[in-house]
Design a protein. Structure first.
Length: 414
């Protein structure tokens, strides 16, 4: 690379990833094949439209790439239609709202403070300025159980056009059948935002919302699916809904698709179809349960009481008097990357909340098993309980470096 400044920054970031441990649940490591597709010559091609219906010439191979990505993702999730052009998860959700609703229509989704995502109704987002969002919550943050009776009551009262299942910081399983039953009762369309657990569904270790009758799934393609940063929208069987979604993406909210990213998506979907991916998905869950056990033994409260998936949300302020921001900062110092996060009924502000959110997809990609994940959890707790002891911080940093060196960032997974 001739741009030495950027080359230097890439090298520094490479070293940061190699020498540290990534616990942010929405991050992962892609394969060398995905990287090569992302950096391929497809980045030169402008391809407005869809396969066989483009607005520019020279689309022989872009059409093949996109069709292959669609074929693979439909096979992964057992559905009939897919849009692989969405640039990310937020545009994917916005496109679904735009396709299926009129301005002012109601969407029922999970409350942000109880684990939902910004695009599920936060007042600062564009969707919240266009549509009317109402929310459901957990019945008890210590168990994580959704208050389905309240969800049903709100649905009957507000008559939402979409009932949205999905989350950004929720560690338990959703009862998809109850969502579908309530939606049928009020005449709503069911949409599952599976950005965080798409890879676990593809790996057959968590249930597929389509098996319970959901109409649409949105997702990112990174996180547990271990692909490039991007989005997808899947439709179970309604061609009418699928056509509306395609129009909502293009020309609705996006222009030309990023064909190099779609090529990388196709590579990642192919990797997820490999039987080895199921083993990877199983290990993610095992590793999360291993970390849960250490935190439980240490007396640190976890929202939901633990985890059924890839992430844990821990109340470090309520448990040991360390704020989420302090925890994120001191763990960064030792090479463990996670994010501060608000918890249900948090008394602290979002930029300095009570909780931290962490997960196991990335370290599982590096080859970590339950043994190493217990070790990481023990390091985390030791550091958090001694955040002002520089000797302990220094020792922990060396321990993290040794672990990272033992489990290098991989290039190939299959």
């Amino acid at each position: 690379m001739k741009d030495k400044k950027i080359q230097d920054l890439i090298k520094k970031e490479t070293n940061r990833q190699k020498e540290g441990l990534e616990l942010i649940p929405s991050e992962n490591y892609v394969s060398q094949d995905v990287l090569e597709a992302m950096g391929s010559i497809f980045t030169n091609k402008y391809s407005e439209g869809y396969p066989g219906r483009r607005y520019y010439g020279g689309q022989d191979f872009t059409d093949e790439v996109e069709r292959l990505a669609i074929e693979r993702i439909c096979k992964l999730f057992d559905c009939k239609f897919a849009n692989v052009q969405a640039h990310s998860g937020a545009p994917a959700n916005l496109a679904v709202y735009s396709a299926l609703l009129s301005p002012g229509d109601t969407i029922l989704g999970m409350d942000l403070s109880h684990g939902g995502h910004l695009t599920h109704g936060h007042p600062m987002t564009l969707p919240a300025k266009i549509y009317n969002f109402v929310t459901y919550k957990m019945k008890n943050p210590d168990t994580g159980e959704i208050d389905y009776a309240e969800l049903r009551r709100v649905a009957k009262e507000t008559k939402p056009k979409i009932i949205l299942a999905g989350f950004s910081a929720y560690s338990r399983s959703l009862d998809y059948k109850k969502f579908v039953d309530i939606a049928k009762e009020v005449g709503a369309i069911t949409v599952a935002d599976m950005a965080h657990i798409a890879g676990l569904i593809a790996g057959k270790v968590l249930p597929n919302p389509f098996d319970y009758g959901f109409d649409v799934i949105t997702s990112t393609t990174h996180k547990t699916l271990r692909g490039p940063r991007g989005g997808i929208i899947l439709t179970r069987e309604s061609e009418e809904i699928a056509k509306k979604i395609d129009k909502a993406i293009f020309p609705g909210i996006q222009g030309g698709p990023h064909m190099h990213t779609i090529a990388a998506k196709a590579v990642a979907f192919g990797e997820a179809l490999n039987p080895k991916f199921k083993k990877y998905a199983r290990q993610i869950l095992k590793n999360a349960k291993a970390m849960e056990g250490v935190f439980k033994k240490s007396g640190i409260r976890m929202i939901g009481g633990g985890t059924d998936n890839h992430l844990i949300l821990a109340d470090v302020y309520g448990s040991i008097g360390v704020t989420g921001k302090e925890a994120q900062t001191v763990l960064d110092e030792v090479g463990i990357t996670l994010n501060m996060n608000s918890i249900a009924n948090d008394t602290r502000k979002p930029l300095d909340p009570s909780g931290i959110r962490f997960g196991t997809p990335a370290i599982t990609t590096r080859g970590f098993t339950e043994k190493e994940c217990k070790q990481v959890a023990e390091i985390m707790i030791r550091v958090l309980k001694n955040k002002d002891d520089q000797k302990i911080i220094k020792m922990a940093r060396e321990e993290v470096r040794k672990l990272a060196k033992k489990f290098p960032v991989p290039k190939y997974f299959v």
